[in-house]
Ligand binder design. Structure first.
Ligand SMILES: O=P(O)(O)OC[C@H]1O[C@H](OP(=O)(O)O)[C@H](O)[C@@H]1O
Ligand SMILES: O=c1cc[nH]c(=O)[nH]1
Length: 511
């Protein structure tokens, strides 16, 4: 059937079209079925949404489909019903707890990349993997398939250093320091990052406050040629493109079952030769104990060995947020301040430890001291400014130029004493409820750290948002829960809270 296109200003993880009920009937498709859309010798499979009283000579086309097929408003396309993809059977197999074979995984990843699966079907797969897990051969096949269904970066200059985090600890802007430290010392570091998966900001969200993060492979090569490094969003690059599609489904679910293929595929796609992998370890994060961190490290190594990758895993302290800032703008501001002033100390120590580990992997002595020197001398700050400029941002940006949400709410201490508990996951929830990471100025500033002395009435946290309604939701959450506990004595406190039974309240098992 030939239909005229109406461009709709929506994006979706898969390709979506809108058809009038009657047109859908004529094509013999219903909501959620697939059609093939053909235009100018190219075609794509799209998922059908139906609408009442949509013009019967037309098809509504989402922006991402229009972009890929090069469709403009009013173009004529050929539309035909098609059967569900084979990969749906593969998803069912995983739901039954069965192991997937290499060719099945490749087909599934290809269908994900080609937008053939709906978000609902993808969510079922992500949830199945969350509960069933994957055996090493599945993780390996997933990693390889993610790389082979995208493009790769082929940098001539070796070694290629890289850093990645498993994420999960709020406020982890460490990459914004590690990349310029390494690049300022003459090494190549093509850093691609994801957006937030479980937290209020991912590194791509933080960097986007300072400069654009969306580039083509050729543009990335140019940025790296000029500066030795980059901090860009992996999802824009067609490097392991399945990764970002999966992350978009994981984000609302707050789960991250694909971290090994997601991370290793990104590293493989840019040709990294030496990788430091950070496993933040602490309460309220993805990895709660050192024992768990060692187990995860073992799994990473098993796959890295199959892929011939040189990997060093490190478990890092994550009992409380890194630094004070949580949320894209607050974190970008804190990273710039840290490059200028070497404060806050935990952020600087973490960045120097990771950069130092990388430097020692390529044969340097005293990597930690070299990294600190790059910070003290101002070389690292200068390098970040070069990278910002090469990516199209303002190289002279100052921390105070960064705009934060104009609505704020501050929680004050009810009592004098010492901070003995900080709830990482609740702080991430507060940041997300305030609007982060989409609202770049939204987030949480924590005024105190574990063990610090506070006086009654002193600010504990300030939440920023550009929405009064979202801030009200935050206040409501804080009425029901406490992100920071203060006790009268220094040191250990055994009683955290007398927990009230709330018969009507649904409590999520894991935030
Ligand atoms: O949202 P959560 O789950 O914390 O983790 C996701 C973040 O962790 C990694 O950070 P980096 O790129 O190593 O700095 C990812 O790229 C992403 O930015
Ligand atoms: O890049 C990342 C980081 C954590 N988890 C993922 O799935 N991907």
């Amino acid at each position: 059937m030939k239909l005229k296109t109406r461009l709709l200003p929506f994006e979706s993880a898969n390709f979506t079209v809108i058809l009038d009920h009657n047109v859908a009937k004529k094509l013999d498709v219903k909501l959620g079925d697939r059609v093939i859309v053909r235009f100018n010798g190219r075609s794509l499979t799209a998922i059908v949404n139906t609408a009442k009283d949509f013009p019967i000579d037309s098809i509504g086309i989402y922006t991402n489909l229009a972009r890929v097929l090069g469709i403009s408003e009013g173009d004529e396309v050929e539309v035909e019903a098609t059967s569900p993809p084979l990969s749906l059977q593969i998803i069912r197999k995983k739901l039954q707890g069965l192991k997937l074979e290499s060719d099945e995984i490749y087909l599934l990843v290809k269908d994900i990349v080609e937008g053939k699966l709906s978000e609902l079907e993808l969510a079922a797969f992500v949830t199945a993997v969350h509960f069933q897990g994957m055996v090493p051969s599945e993780i390996y096949d997933f990693t390889i398939s993610m790389v082979n269904t995208g493009q790769t970066l082929n940098l001539k200059k070796k070694p290629i250093l890289d850093k990645h985090s498993l994420g999960g600890v709020p406020g982890d802007k460490t990459s914004l320091l590690v990349v310029p430290i390494i690049a300022s010392l003459g090494y190549t570091i093509p850093k691609t990052s994801s957006r937030a998966i479980t937290s209020a900001a991912g590194t791509a969200d933080r960097m986007e406050v300072l400069a654009p993060v969306t580039f083509s492979i050729e543009e990335i090569e140019e940025i790296i040629h000029k500066t030795n490094g980059c901090i860009v969003w992996g999802g824009s690059l067609n490097l392991a493109p399945a990764d970002d599609i999966i992350i978009r489904v994981e984000y609302p679910l707050g789960i991250d079952p694909f971290f090994i293929p997601s991370i290793l595929a990104k590293k493989l796609a840019v040709g990294s030769t030496h990788i430091v992998l950070d496993i933040p370890t602490g309460r309220g994060t993805k990895v709660k104990t050192l024992e768990e961190a060692r187990r995860i490290s073992q799994s990473f190594h098993e796959i890295a060995k199959m892929l011939n990758m040189n990997l060093q895993t490190v478990a890092t302290y994550a009992e409380e947020p890194i630094g004070h800032a949580i949320g894209p703008a607050l974190e970008a501001r804190e990273a710039l301040q840290a490059l200028k002033t070497l404060n806050p100390p935990d952020l600087v120590d973490k960045a120097a430890s990771l950069a130092g580990t990388l430097l020692e992997m390529v044969g340097e002595k005293d990597g930690y001291e070299m990294a600190i020197e790059a910070l003290k001398s101002g070389k690292a700050e200068k390098k970040l400014r070069e990278i910002i400029e090469a990516q199209g941002g303002d190289p002279n940006i100052q921390p105070e130029d960064i705009t934060l949400g104009d609505k704020t709410y501050t929680l004050h201490a009810n009592d004098s004493g010492f901070v003995y508990y900080i709830d990482n996951s609740f702080l991430a929830t507060l940041g997300k409820t305030a609007g982060a990471p989409i609202d770049k100025g939204a987030g949480v500033y924590i005024h105190v750290k574990l063990g610090e002395k506070v006086k009654k009435g002193q600010p504990l946290i300030t939440i920023y948002s550009s929405s009064s309604a979202k801030l009200q939701l935050v206040e409501k959450l804080i009425e029901e829960n406490t992100p920071i506990l203060v006790g009268r004595t220094a040191g250990r406190r055994m009683l955290l809270e007398k927990i009230q039974y709330q018969p009507t309240r649904l409590v999520p098992l894991e935030r």
